[in-house]
Design a protein around this ligand. Structure first.
Ligand code: GLN
Length: 447
């Protein structure tokens, strides 16, 4: 714990951490020592990790990367945080992220951008950019992240770490500040698939009393199948993931990883996910719709920020929200309320829901022909920090991660070499429901 606290302080310029409390961390480390001495310690006892600042924690403030929650302290721990602490892990603090997890570059945090440790002039990806940067820079051996439309997979790819988003419902959403509830899912980010398997085995599991969408399936020991043979495994490669929009350097790294899998005995099968591009408009209707409803609670009364000067209640709401939310969050709220409004609901929201079902059905058709799907995580390597990008450019760059999110399928990113500028490239693996073990097995064999 002392080693990592020192590294966090040495690399403050990365902007990865939002809250560190040495006394809390060392107290947790001492408690872990005592458990080890008493001989009743579970396997992860004493291993440090840090949490994306979207999980509420009693020991550190929780901001969700928003001015709206600056200084907010939760009276309870998120289930994921509690489970990892009960497993003996030692918390190093809270990690920067895009405001309310909305973004693909970690440039939407109210507390400053995170830098990519491989090249600080580039973004680390988002929204779990602090998590990816912290693991890549060796500031923490592991981190939690959340993935609504790619926020574990894409920063893992951009920073050369391993991250997995389990099947929707595997991990409890209790205490995860809600962005788009039908998509939000927690997962681990670490150096290797083996580390991710250890963490995932702890953080999954039913939590039906607290999260009604939690899956009632027992947790698994995800390390069990890590070394299984890949002989005869059918790897489906969607043709839509290798189209024109894919940068040549990323394509080359992905092709090399696929060739490696073939050497390990897997068989490459061409498949089609015909509605891949439609995942972008579908997601950017559904996610903002849900966000506009979820963020209603930040009204200056119940949580966090309240405007100082106002004339009446309505004015207080308006000023509080105008001051507390950043530009991207406001954009999502406006889009979301628009697509849900009377007269537009049928044209946008309802159509998006129908397409969401079709996208999920396309995956089931594909899984008739293959066991695991593989392809790129993002069309390019990490782009330059501060590049004047249109928000639409960021939305379009989510094209390969959004389909699995909409279908609720497990997905992961595993390092697959380097592209332009020596920046990391991830290979995305997508499995059928509850097939996380298979994904970790493929990733582990590749590592
Ligand atoms: N980039 C996507 C968005 O901005 C996904 C974010 C996420 O998964 N939290 O919504």
């Amino acid at each position: 714990a002392r080693h990592f606290l020192a590294r966090i302080a040495q690399h403050a310029e990365l902007g990865a951490f939002l809250a560190v409390d040495e006394a809390i961390t060392l107290a947790q480390a001492q408690a872990a020592d005592a458990r080890l001495a008493a001989g009743d310690a579970p396997p992860l006892t004493g291993v440090p990790l840090a949490h994306k600042d979207i999980f509420v924690t009693r020991d550190w403030p929780t901001t969700a990367g928003s001015r709206m929650l600056a200084g907010y302290r939760s009276p309870f721990d998120a289930t994921v945080v509690r489970k990892l602490a009960e497993a003996g892990m030692v918390g190093l603090g809270k990690l920067n992220c895009d405001e309310f997890a909305m973004g693909s570059a970690n440039e939407n945090s109210a507390f400053g951008a995170v830098k990519n440790p491989w090249n600080p002039a580039h973004v680390p990806g988002g929204s779990s950019g602090g998590s990816a940067a912290a693991v890549a820079a060796g500031l923490s051996p592991a981190a939690t992240g959340t993935d609504t439309g790619g926020s574990i997979r894409q920063p893992s790819s951009f920073c050369g770490v391993t991250g997995i988003k389990p099947t929707y419902g595997r991990a409890s959403r209790y205490g995860m500040i809600a962005f788009a509830s039908s998509l939000d899912q927690a997962g681990p980010m670490a150096r290797t698939a083996e580390d991710c398997a250890l963490l995932l085995s702890v953080l999954c599991g039913p939590d039906l009393d607290r999260d009604s969408t939690s899956l009632d399936v027992p947790t698994e020991d995800f390390t069990r199948g890590l070394n299984d043979s890949l002989d005869g495994l059918r790897i489906g490669v969607p043709q839509e993931f290798l189209g024109d929009g894919l940068a040549p350097d990323v394509r080359a790294a992905v092709e090399a990883a696929l060739a490696e899998l073939e050497k390990l005995g897997a068989r490459r099968v061409p498949i089609s996910l015909p509605r891949t591009e439609l995942a972008i408009p579908v997601y950017y209707i559904i996610a903002p719709a849900e966000a506009s409803s979820n963020l209603e609670r930040f009204d200056g009364v119940k949580f966090g920020h309240r405007a100082k000067d106002y004339v009446d209640l309505e004015d207080m709401y308006k000023k509080t929200r105008a001051e507390g939310f950043g530009a991207e969050v406001k954009r999502r709220i406006m889009t979301g309320t628009y697509v849900l409004s009377h007269g537009y609901y049928d044209a946008y929201y309802l159509q998006a829901q129908k397409l969401r079902r079709m996208i999920a059905d396309d995956f089931q058709a594909a899984f008739q022909q293959c066991d695991v799907i593989a392809g790129p995580v993002a069309p390019t390597v990490a782009w330059a920090l501060g590049a004047a990008r249109d928000p639409l450019a960021d939305y379009l760059a989510d094209v390969y991660t959004l389909p699995a999110s909409l279908a609720g399928l497990p997905g992961m990113s595993v390092p697959a070499g380097f592209g332009a500028g020596g920046l990391p490239v991830g290979l995305q693996l997508i499995g059928n429901y509850l097939q996380e073990g298979r994904l970790l097995n493929v990733a582990h064999r590749l590592q």
